[in-house]
Design a protein around this ligand. Structure first.
Ligand code: ZN
Length: 179
């Protein structure tokens, strides 16, 4: 069993390598790793550093969905719980986008406590990236569309961590001020 610091550093390095060269949607086409760092740090802060596997899963949460990483590989390299948290946050990419979104809303309340926190942190980060000063009509539509859906997903995830819920509410306020 890796120490907490080793587990989290190893997850950060692995995620950075697997997502190498990818850019995220939204403001300024930031490197994808910025999104992962933000999600991991939100989780570390929300839990006051008490759950290293959760923070590691934050770094890794998009690896199965977006890179050629398998659940088995994560279980082997990290732990069964890390692999299971990431798997819970992975959409079936064979389904069309509308169906993936519908399932996230439906399945959110059934997720584990840790996966719910990752989902909230993910939505906070993705809304934040879509909030820009002077948005174009297209950017505003993209924010409105993402926001409407993310709010439904988060409604099924809330209640496990007051600080994270509050951060999401801040993102809601910032969005409403723009739309
Ligand atoms: Zn993500």
């Amino acid at each position: 069993m890796l120490t907490s610091i080793r587990l989290v550093s190893k997850a950060a390095e692995f995620a950075a390598r697997r997502h190498n060269g990818m850019a995220r949607k939204g403001r300024g086409n930031e490197p994808y790793v910025n999104h992962l760092a933000e999600v991991a740090n939100l989780l570390a802060t929300a839990t006051d550093g008490a759950d290293a596997e959760l923070v590691a899963a934050g770094w890794l949460h998009d690896t199965i969905e977006d890179t050629d990483t398998t659940r088995e590989e994560l279980a082997q390299r990290f732990s069964e719980r890390v692999a299971s948290l990431v798997a819970e946050c992975t959409d079936d990419m064979n389904l069309p986008k509308a169906e993936r979104r519908r399932r996230q809303v439906m399945d959110a309340p059934k997720k584990s406590a840790g996966a719910k926190l990752i989902k909230i942190a993910d939505k906070i980060s993705n809304i934040g990236a879509r909030i820009q000063t002077d948005p174009s009509a297209e950017e505003r539509d993209d924010l409105a569309d993402y926001f409407a859906w993310a709010t439904q997903v988060v409604a099924g995830c809330r209640g496990g961590n007051a600080w994270l819920d509050e951060k999401f509410d801040d993102a809601v306020k910032a969005t409403r001020a723009l739309l």
